[in-house]
Design a protein around this ligand. Sequence first.
Ligand code: PA5
Length: 446
Amino acid sequence: MINFNWKNADSSILGTQHGLDVQREFSLYKEKISGIISGIYADKDTPGKWLAWMNLGYKEDVVKEINEYAQSVKGKFDNILVLGIGGSALGGICVTEALLKPYWNINNKPRIFFVDNIDPDQINGLLDVLDLNKTLVNVITKSGNTAETMSAFMIISERINNKDNIVVTTDKNKGILRKIAAEKGYKSFVVPGDVGGRFSVFSAVGLLPFALVGIDIAELLKGVRDMDKALQNTDIEQNIAAQNALIHYLMDKKGKNLSVMMPYSSRLKYVSDWYVQLWAESLGKEVDLNGNKVNVGPTPLKALGATDQHSQIQLYNEGPNDKLINFIRVGKFDTKLEIPKVFQDTEIAYLGGKTINDLMNAEADATRVAVTDYKKPNVTITVPQVNEYYMGQLLYMLEVQTAIAGALYNIDTFNQPGVEQAKNYTYALMGRKGYETAAQELQQKM
Ligand code: PA5
């Protein structure tokens, strides 16, 4: 299983100003955490609670349907093009970057591309190089209405003649895309109700693109299930998601309101992007469940080891003590790379005969210790290997951690009212019917 180590958040190492008496806090919050965990598991099938993502690891029928479809289109397409944004793209990007061979698109098929923005230069650039006849387009939007995704789809679908080149992932009944799919006869998959975008990576939103490029989705979900079983334990001493949620919550109270995600692995680089959305949209809230104005939410930051040692670490070490750093370490890399014994009469001779693996792990340890010397709290998640099984475990653990943190803040983890205002203004600016008042308001404010 994935391992979690909170030692460097403890006051015995950091002192009481910056550290927590972790064991004491675990006992103080024992009952509260136990109640939260029992509560979310008890509610996971309750409509309106938005906890149905906790069941995604167990949907064998979905896995079967997706694998059958992936098998039926195998060899027919050179490219998979995913259109989606936010929760409809980030999980896909994160898992494919982690599990496909690095630089996959150069020598392997099908290649996979994500369009998760509306940059005209990027979309035009992709259309210049992509043969759409040999491309399977997977358009993903739960609401079926998202302007960014639907505009890209409008552009691309108009250039595609064969309906078999399009596969849709959206809500079962609601939204414009569902209607279009029915009218045009596109093959479609369902984003289950009560699964929010940022918690949808283990639904067809993620599983379909993964299966299309040969990722073993059954193994991914096995990791999810094994982590799920472990996290059903209501004892905080045994529950790593609860431990990290509580440590974040208490550190935030101590003024460490930035949560850095820093994997020491390029393949895990996009775990940080995925985590940033999960943490920010879930925990950044204006009001609590009682309607009090609270304006809470630790700000997530992304970093990459070892690269950011030459960028952000200066600030982390010597700047304000306002961060909790989550290091992710990989137990065993898939390959080994030796550094040859060249330039032996120079100052870099010490590197010769070692491996890049040794260097990466040495840098991870060195940075962890150095950050701790500066009294900056940090925790470490160790992923034994970057594969399907452990990716399932890691992402699911972070999802449960987010749900527990939301309960500690006493907020609605699963809504995102803060994104609506800018959406409405965009609709107004783009002349959408029904947004005339917003358009007038906007004119006065601009
Ligand atoms: O987490 C969320 O709910 C959001 O980030 C959505 O995923 C994002 O807004 C895209 O929504 P949709 O899938 O409806 O296009």
